[in-house]
Design a protein around this ligand. Structure first.
Ligand SMILES: [Mg+2]
Length: 230
């Protein structure tokens, strides 16, 4: 049975050095004249539309108006990202390039993304960290749903459509660095693999009982064995 591996981006594949926050600030200030309480906002594991909606409703903008403006916000975020991602020195997380190279050589694996980033921003961030976005054959993005827990089903459906194989919770693995990634894997009845390469300590992630927990993705052989276990 082929396996679908859906990777989170920030804190899992790459370190973005606060660049995501800067793109949100840029876009919201340009469109709304303010980025709301962004400075004190915890973005960890949240989708872009969730973050944008929280920040703007906090300053009294109606959700309906925010929803209408989301595509314009994504455009501006990507536009700014294109300028700043390279200079922010985004880096691939340890072991990630080696792991992706290994996975690309396997026919029993479909590698994809499950990220809170919009579909426009995701490839820009990956490229800036030296990771070829084209190696991810499917994706479920923040621009697809505000609730991260809806993204597994979207990723699986796209994988089904692309390959004709059946992907569901039984043969899908979701890899991420936050409690929200673990909960979202549960929502999709998928296998939850947590990696403490982001902001959350392994002990924090352990509290959410992922199926597997790594400090990092450096041990390619062990990680592959775990990701592809039946
Ligand atoms: Mg993350």
């Amino acid at each position: 049975m082929p396996k679908l591996l859906l990777f989170d981006i920030d804190g899992t594949l790459i370190h973005s050095n606060g660049a995501g926050r800067l793109t949100i600030a840029y876009a919201l200030e340009k469109l709304f004249g303010t980025c709301g309480p962004l400075e004190h906002y915890n973005m960890s594991g949240k989708t872009d539309p969730r973050i944008i909606t929280d920040l703007l409703t906090a300053i009294g903008i109606a959700p309906k108006e925010i929803k209408k403006q989301l595509p314009a916000v994504y455009e501006l975020m990507a536009e700014h990202g294109q300028r700043i991602f390279i200079e922010r020195e985004m880096l691939a997380c340890p072991g990630v390039p080696e792991l992706l190279t290994h996975l690309a050589g396997r026919e029993d694996v479909l590698v994809g993304l499950l990220t809170g980033n919009s579909q426009l921003t995701a490839p820009l961030k990956l490229s800036a960290a030296g990771i070829d976005p084209l190696q991810f054959k499917v994706g479920a993005y923040g621009s697809d749903a505000m609730d991260r827990n809806e993204l597994p089903a979207i990723g699986m459906k796209r994988a089904n459509q692309l390959t004709g194989s059946v992907f569901n919770g039984n043969n899908t693995v979701i890899i991420g660095d936050t409690p929200a990634d673990i909960l979202c894997a549960r929502a999709g009845k998928a296998t939850a693999v947590a990696v403490a390469s982001g902001w959350h300590a392994a002990s924090t992630l352990a509290d959410y009982h992922p199926d597997h927990l790594f400090d990092d993705l450096v041990d390619t052989e062990l990680v592959v064995q775990t990701l592809l276990a039946e």
